[in-house]
Design a protein around this ligand. Structure first.
Ligand SMILES: CC(C)(COP(=O)(O)OP(=O)(O)OC[C@H]1O[C@@H](n2cnc3c(N)ncnc32)[C@H](O)[C@@H]1OP(=O)(O)O)[C@@H](O)C(=O)NCCC(=O)NCCS
Length: 140
């Protein structure tokens, strides 16, 4: 098992396949097309990480840093390899890299009914910002 940076374009298809296999917690959407992932990798190549096991992609995490806040997306681990510390390794590594970039505060979104992920993040120092409401806007 090793953690490495996402390599575009070769990793795109197996990564998308992994995301599509995730039962809940990762919504594959318009930011996950080939072109959008290429944009993301060009911007933050050191923050898009994969877990690899026997040559297979078994885990992912995407970090982002805009110079003020960090964001984390698409933390996912293959269902057959959970509870072995892979999620923790991915999260720790991206947190470390965000801090190295100068990031002092980071956000992530969790589906409100994703109890397992909520518990996972809370056990790792993440706090539910109940006083805040998340707003979003889609651009064409
Ligand atoms: C959330 C998710 C990424 C966690 O991945 P994971 O690889 O299972 O994570 P870990 O193995 O590091 O930790 C999971 C739990 O197993 C425990 N664990 C780790 N190694 C273990 C071992 N050898 N034996 C027993 N338990 C173990 C951890 O302590 C942790 O427990 P906790 O949640 O109570 O703290 C995974 O469940 C997943 O992909 N879920 C679907 C997608 C999703 O919801 N993503 C979040 C998007 S916001």
């Amino acid at each position: 098992m090793n953690i490495r940076e996402f390599r575009f374009p070769d990793d795109y298809a197996p990564t998308l396949k992994l995301w599509q296999s995730i039962e809940t917690g990762v919504k594959v959407g318009r930011s996950d097309t080939f072109e959008e992932i290429q944009k993301k990798v060009q911007r933050d190549p050191d923050l898009f990480l994969l877990a690899e096991h026997d040559g297979q992609i078994v885990g992912t995490i995407i970090g982002g840093y805009d110079g003020r806040r960090g964001m984390i997306y698409h933390l996912a681990v293959d269902q057959s390899l959970r509870k072995q510390g892979i999620g923790d390794m991915l999260l720790s590594e991206v947190e470390k890299r965000l801090q190295a970039r100068g990031c002092v505060k980071c956000y992530l979104l969790v589906f409100a009914d994703n109890e397992r992920a909520i518990h996972f993040y809370e056990n790792r120092g993440w706090v539910d910002m109940k006083e805040d409401k998340v707003f979003g806007k889609e651009f064409p």
